[in-house]
Design a protein around this ligand. Structure first.
Ligand code: NAD
Length: 490
């Protein structure tokens, strides 16, 4: 299957959707001006009903009932559900993108819209392929069957897109879903679930196939982990929730944190590398887990790359400005054992580059998408997953040092990494050293999810538990059905 799109196509799809909504297109991928200020307070949306539940166990029990109804509708019913989700994400991309931005206050509106516009490209029921065997002892069929109910934990960085993506993959596999969203993005997620359910009810007579806890918390997460109605967990988030899920006793598919490094060697096309990095690292203000977070450049091409980076629009912070910003982005929390560890300021996660520049004590040109600063490899901006459009650039002596430092900065998450190089030996060495789930050569991180590269997308990349980019297949059990000897047909 080819779901290949590039940046230009993505822009044009966003514009097309906005046109179809009967409005003049917002400037697709418009340059950000200042930090987003909601025009009005976030809409108060969800009250119980249409899949929205106060209690976690009630939400899980209802999803189990919903899944039984889905079974009666067969594969056609799953497909109909997915068609509704895909159609609705495209139709409501602008409204829901704004709703999510108003609530979470992080990222860029044009990219929130783009993420929803991309949902129709995700794989559905057609992805599930049974495997057949036939021989002297009969006929065997291995097929994919549902787990039952999946409890999905979603991040604040892409609340509605992750929920929509999870519904497509999990329902394609035949499951019901109960969501525990991040509290910071729970209202918009509940609004989407409510709306989906209204359509499922009206068009398919299905009730509560996907449900959500109205006021999610760690308690509601624990209740879902303990619920007899939940058969599988799918966690998309940082280290805390991944650890909690792994200790829960339930089987968990964990799409965990990343800190993706980029290596640039002497054979790279530096101008292309600069543009690719800006596209990936500035997308939604670097909220993507796959987004480029730190760059290691070989000494021989370092100065040329910095020139190319500036020419492509990245704005450089000097040492003093970097220090000023770093003090605001990271604070230190004592760990009780006489040491302390850095804590990321949530206030600046997903902020615009212009806002970060102001906080650093400078002003960058309006429309600047990405800041950078020259640092050493141990800098906090290199080692921590900062999720904001300020990328550190580190000078390294040779490819060995570049790969070694890239691996250290990735912390063994095995998430994503990028290299810009025409040297296959260097590519191979980096692939082996980092062993990341996504490894993009000569493209932006987005190419790893089918934007400018070949392949399909997903908002849950199961790095920690190894399933990779989640698809409908990820949420199925394998079942073998055997007909012995005399029942064979030949
Ligand atoms: P987060 O870890 O703060 O929250 C993620 C979810 O887990 C939320 O629903 C939150 O309420 C819940 N949660 C957090 N700690 C918990 C705990 N101890 N017990 C139970 N639930 C808990 O992450 P975030 O800020 O929402 O999202 C950003 C993080 O998610 C980054 O680390 C990013 O790399 C990661 N992420 C990974 C993927 C992937 O596909 N691998 C995709 C998106 C985001």
């Amino acid at each position: 299957m080819s779901l290949q799109i590039n940046e230009t196509m993505l822009k044009s799809v966003v514009e097309d959707v906005l046109r179809k909504l009967g409005e003049s297109p917002a400037p697709a991928f418009a340059k950000p001006q200042t930090a987003p200020k909601p025009a009005s307070a976030p809409k108060k949306v969800s009250k119980s009903g249409h899949g929205v539940f106060e209690k976690a166990d009630d939400a899980a029990a209802a999803a189990a009932e919903g899944q039984k109804q889905l079974r009666k509708l067969g594969i056609a019913g799953r497909k109909a559900v997915i068609d509704i989700v895909k159609r609705t994400c495209a139709e409501k991309a602008k409204e829901w993108g704004q709703l999510e931005l108003d609530e979470t206050k992080i990222g860029r509106i044009e990219h929130k819209i783009a993420k929803l516009v991309g949902i129709p490209g995700l794989p559905g029921v057609e992805w599930l392929e049974p495997r057949g065997m036939s021989g002297d002892h009969g006929i065997t069929m291995e097929e994919n069957t549902p787990f039952g109910v999946v409890a999905a934990i979603t991040p604040v960085t892409h609340s509605i897109p992750t929920a929509s993506c999870n519904i497509i993959s999990m329902v394609a596999a035949g499951n019901g879903v109960v969501f525990n969203a991040h509290p910071g993005g729970a209202n918009c997620a509940a609004e989407a679930i409510r709306h989906f359910n209204q359509l499922f009810e009206k068009e398919l007579g299905l009730h509560n196939l996907v449900t959500i806890v109205e006021h999610p918390s760690i308690d509601s997460f624990n209740a879902l982990c303990a619920s007899e109605h939940v058969n599988l967990l799918c966690v998309t988030g940082g280290p805390g929730v991944v650890n909690a899920a792994m200790k829960s006793g339930k089987r968990a598919i964990c799409a965990g944190p990343g800190n993706p490094p980029v290596v640039i060697d002497t054979t790279a096309d530096l101008n292309k590398a600069a543009k690719d990095i800006i596209f990936g690292a500035a997308f939604d203000n670097n909220l993507l887990c796959i987004g480029e977070k730190q760059i290691f450049v070989l000494d021989a091409v370092y100065d040329q790359f910095i020139q190319a980076f500036k020419a492509a629009g990245a704005f450089k912070l000097n040492d003093k400005q970097l220090e000023t910003l770093t003090k605001q982005v990271f604070t230190f929390k004592p760990d009780g054992g006489g040491c302390s560890h850095p804590v990321l300021s949530r206030e600046l996660v997903g902020a615009h580059a212009t806002t970060l520049a102001e906080r650093a004590g400078t002003k960058c040109p309006a429309g600047t998408e990405l800041l950078f600063a020259e640092t050493d490899a141990s800098h906090l901006f290199v080692q921590e997953e900062q999720m904001m459009p300020m990328i550190p650039v580190v000078r390294v002596r040779n490819i060995e040092e570049a790969i070694e430092q890239a691996a250290i900065s990735e912390h063994g998450y095995k998430h994503s990494s990028m290299i810009h190089s025409l040297n296959v030996v260097n590519m191979g060495a980096m692939a082996r050293a980092l062993d990341s789930t996504l490894f993009v050569k000569n493209g932006s991180c987005m190419a790893g999810l089918g934007v400018g590269g070949e392949g399909y997308s997903s908002f849950s990349i199961a790095t920690t538990t190894g399933e990779g980019i989640t698809t409908p297949d990820t949420f199925t059990r394998r079942r073998r059905c055997v007909l012995v000897d005399s029942l064979q047909m030949y």
